[in-house]
Design a binder for this molecule. Structure first.
Ligand SMILES: N[C@@H](CCC(=O)N[C@@H](CS)C(=O)NCC(=O)O)C(=O)O
Length: 248
């Protein structure tokens, strides 16, 4: 049904990759139901609802993993694909082909960055607890702090500056869903690696300006101050383990 409320399927209790979708929905002013949380609030087994969607063979293709957006009869998975669709439908992406492709490419680079941030605490595998892979995590996080994060952040700073020395957006034409995602990644990195973040961002003032502009947007600020918004914690992608943030 085209006028049904959008539904987001994602794990409860953590911002996770679902947060990229929530931020875009909030900024676009689109109401949505966080299905798992809503069912739990009603005393039902919310996670079962998500697992049921993952098992559906009538969806083509069946989603492999959340987040999953159910909107206007479509079932869409993968953050970058959901945002490409939402961006086109709700004015959060450039309308021309080159601009839309640029936004999609930048979002996929963020996908890679997020996966590497996750792997700092789970380099040995997502099926193992952090405590079972702390030695590898120390090695991986050192490489992330010293090489990978500065490389990704330097890249995004360069992309912003290409729009003008004082620019604070990633794609031509101004604000887009990619800015929302980058602001969230910066927020997550500041939570997980506060010490390293302070060093990295000395080189990336335009990214800080972008983050501050995004979080000051009226609907984004209202969402982030609401009960819908779940704070970072040690269950998600961005986890704060002081030992992974380097020596003081
Ligand atoms: N490329 C996917 C990754 C999705 C993903 O890794 N989802 C996680 C939660 S954030 C999950 O539940 N994965 C289950 C699995 O990989 O088996 C995206 O960007 O949405």
């Amino acid at each position: 049904m085209s006028d049904e409320r959008y539904e987001l399927y994602y794990w409860p209790g953590l911002p996770g990759r679902g947060e990229f979708i929530r931020l875009a929905l909030a900024d676009a002013g689109v109401p949505w139901t966080d299905v798992v949380r809503a069912r739990q609030a009603a005393g039902e087994d919310g996670v079962a609802a998500l697992l049921e969607v993952l098992q559906r063979d009538d969806l083509s293709p069946p989603p492999f993993a959340p987040p999953i957006l159910h909107a206007r009869g479509l079932w869409i998975s993968h953050v970058a694909v959901i945002l490409d669709w939402l961006g086109g439908e709700h004015g959060l992406a450039p309308s021309d082909e080159a601009g839309r492709l640029a936004a999609h490419q930048l979002q996929l680079t963020l996908t890679d960055f997020v996966a590497e941030a996750h792997d700092t605490h789970h380099p040995g595998g997502s099926n193992l607890a952090y405590e079972e892979q702390t030695e590898e995590a120390l090695v991986r996080s050192k490489s992330f702090r010293e090489a990978r994060a500065p490389k990704f952040l330097g890249y995004f700073e360069r992309v912003v500056r290409a729009h003008g020395e004082d620019a604070d957006h990633l794609v031509a034409g101004g604000h887009s869903y990619v800015d929302l995602s980058l602001a969230h990644v910066l927020d997550g990195l500041a939570y997980a690696f506060p010490r390293a973040f302070a060093q990295w961002t000395k080189q990336t003032p335009r990214l800080i300006a972008l983050r501050d502009r995004v979080f000051a947007r009226e609907r984004v600020a209202a969402y982030r101050a609401s009960d819908e918004h779940v704070a970072f914690n040690e269950h998600g992608i961005f986890r704060h383990y002081p030992e992974l943030d380097g020596d003081a």
